[in-house]
Design a protein around this ligand. Structure first.
Ligand code: KG4
Ligand code: ZN
Length: 349
């Protein structure tokens, strides 16, 4: 007996199967990156059409990998949002059709909550009665700090005021002619670079809130490249490493500040595509506010978009019998998510 999970919020078509015991039985991800790379970023219309092509084969592949058939399914979990509307609709419509046809519950989940749940694949979810979990969700579309107080309850502490950090990685990589997506290639080049770093600004380092901003850092890179237009391997690596160091520092500074404001937090999750970054993973271990707590970062394959995280969170909803109606709507912005809560009171730093 198992749950099938579907993810199609952006440019990955993914399906996974999780047994009711919590054991992950299958996880298939079909990335469309090669198609979108020709355009330097995700083209929404192409993404939704590709989801239409790949959705059913991927579901069948996941069931085959798990060695089960449709009759063994007890629920269908699916991303309802946030994401690209057309892409979300393909996954949601497929999930509704399966739930209706198989007469089993639909479990619509939030993509960002699922990114956090990725840290618990293969294990029990946190004991929320002890303390909330703090989560830093960093991806191509999101850069935000949350308190995860309960399944279905994400309290927003801070958000980006402009670009998401993954978006900044992608834009800087484009400036450096390194292709799309930019995160993995900048990570690789920066990791190998041992020279001096450029003095780029660390965004929002001295702001008293928990907000993020990455467009100024991106502009600083653009300005530098205008003054030094000749690109070679060394100059590419220097810019990539300097940008990555500043971006990591910005994330580390705000995470540390958020932990100082929330001393009761015992567990910290850093997740989303950018959490795959090796430099960031190393830097996080050195943050004093983290050393006294448990830090959980999903393995890189569960940081970027996947359906295993949807399955893991879907199982929590299933166990709590929290099901969704067949007229559940998708949403493009987290502020429209049923799990979104805004923190009203903030103590000073
Ligand atoms: O979570 P994700 O797969 O999709 C969204 O929900 O957005 O995140 C994709 C983002 C892209 O911007 C990509 O460049 C970035 O994550 N990324 C990385 C790395 N791997 C992926 N950024 C930095 N370092 C990486 N190793
Ligand atoms: Zn994502």
């Amino acid at each position: 007996m198992a749950i099938l999970a579907i993810e199609s919020s952006c440019d990955e078509t993914a399906a996974a199967v999780i047994a009711l015991s919590g054991e992950l039985k299958a996880s298939i991800v079909r990335s469309q990156q090669k198609v979108h790379a020709n355009y330097g970023g995700v083209v929404p219309e192409i993404a939704s059409r590709s989801h239409c092509v790949y959705m059913l084969p991927i579901i069948e592949e996941a069931l085959a990998q798990a060695a089960i058939d449709y009759a063994a399914l007890k629920g269908i979990a699916v991303t309802a949002g946030p994401g690209l509307l057309g892409s979300l609709l393909v996954g949601l419509a497929s999930a509704k059709a399966l739930a209706l046809g198989l007469n089993i519950p639909l479990i619509a989940v939030d993509h960002l909550e699922a990114h956090i749940a990725a840290a618990y694949i293969g294990e029990a979810r946190p004991d929320f009665s002890r303390a909330p979990v703090m989560a830093l969700v960093i991806s191509g579309g999101h850069t935000a700090l949350y308190l995860w107080k309960e399944v279905g309850e994400l309290h927003l502490l801070g958000n980006t005021v402009d670009d998401a950090v993954g978006e900044a990685f992608d834009k800087v990589a484009a400036q450096l002619q390194l292709g799309y997506p930019g995160g993995p290639v900048i990570d690789k080049i920066a990791g190998a670079y041992q020279g001096a770093l450029l003095p780029l600004p660390i965004p929002m380092q001295h702001s008293k809130d928990l907000q993020f901003s990455f467009s100024g850092l991106k502009t600083a890179v653009v300005q530098h490249l205008k003054l030094h237009p000749a690109l070679n391997e060394t100059s590419q690596a220097q810019v990539a490493a300097s940008f990555q160091a500043a971006a990591i520092e910005a994330l580390a500074t705000k995470l540390a500040a958020a932990l100082r404001r929330n001393p009761n937090v015992q567990e910290v999750v850093v997740c989303g595509g950018v959490a795959a970054n090796q430099g960031l993973r190393r830097r996080l271990q050195a943050i004093p506010e983290i050393k006294t707590r448990t830090l959980k970062i999903p393995p890189p394959k569960y940081c970027t978009d996947n359906a295993a995280m949807i399955a893991r969170l879907g199982l929590d909803y299933f166990q709590r019998q929290q099901f969704s109606s067949l007229d559940t709507a998708s949403y493009t912005s987290f502020s429209r998510s049923p799990v979104c809560r805004h923190e009203k009171t903030e103590s000073p730093q």
